[in-house]
Design a protein around this ligand. Sequence first.
Ligand code: ZN
Length: 368
Amino acid sequence: MNTGFFWDESCFWHGGGNYASMMPVAGLVQPMVNGGLPESPESKRRLKNLLDMTGLSKELAMQGAPRASREDLLRVHPAAFIDQFKAMSDAGGGEIGLRCPFGPGGFEIAAQSAGLAMGALEAVLNGELKNAYSLSRPPGHHCTRDEPMGFCLLANISIAIEAALAKGLAKRVAVLDWDVHHGNGTEAIFYDRADVLTISMHQENNFPVDKGAFEDRGEGAGEGFNVNVSLPGGAGHASYLEAMDQIALPQIRAFKPDVIIVACGYDAALIDPLARMMATVDTFRQMTRQVMALADEICDGRVVMVHEGGYSEVYVPFCGHAVLQEMSGSDIDAPDPMAALYEKRQPGEAHQRFVSGEIAKMRDALDL
Ligand code: ZN
């Protein structure tokens, strides 16, 4: 088996509520689905379930990974932040940043989520697997060194990268963030670094509203190693593939990384409640093909996907299944139940021309 799938049941138990019916959440009392928050275990659990239902999971190297240790976390997060998070978690949970609630044991679950990303990256870099997917939850790309936000409690991908660099498993890493929201945490952590290229493709002015400008290109040694592809609302299938082809892929090709990590959110999907983009299952399938073809060309096929956002409990599993089918080269398909309808809902010609123009402006400004 060439493709790893890293998951852990505890990641589905992360929640903001401290009660299950009338019983306090503790020990083996599983939290209820989050009270009112759009981020819930369901979109992730149902992806795992769909892989089992179709049998694709039998063609993947399903496995767990150890939690990220305190030493692993300290490469990215200050001790004071780690201690505060751990103390709140031990005391029964709370909220540690903008829209970052967690219950008892939330610290350990977040460390597990980061540990899965670490395990996936390490297994690919040491050659055990060709590529790997980490079903991380809570997500990580909004979390800076000391400021969790947007459901992200620890910076999963950054923790994994720093561990790999510290172990000498890689020298240069490219992060392509296609979650529909700006990857502000990953950007901030590596903003002054030339060894980690960060690219975020996102809906402009979504979340965080004041981040993700095209002009933000990095600073100091990191000048030129951060790229924000800020797309207008309503951008659809063709625009995503065009932005990949015209901007993201050429940037990664020029950077020559040892591995490509995708911050793999599915909230650019047409049905997602937290954004206004028009991507479909086929968009994520085609973008995966694009990344894999480039990885074959420049870094022996080394690709690691780390799960980020995506809030349609029904649709996310189909998007993820398509990504994993492509990664593994399997024949086992889970056809998009909405394919015919969502194809008809793609933007019209005028809107398409407008978005193409915006992409061309960015490409020209980057001299690509
Ligand atoms: Zn998102």
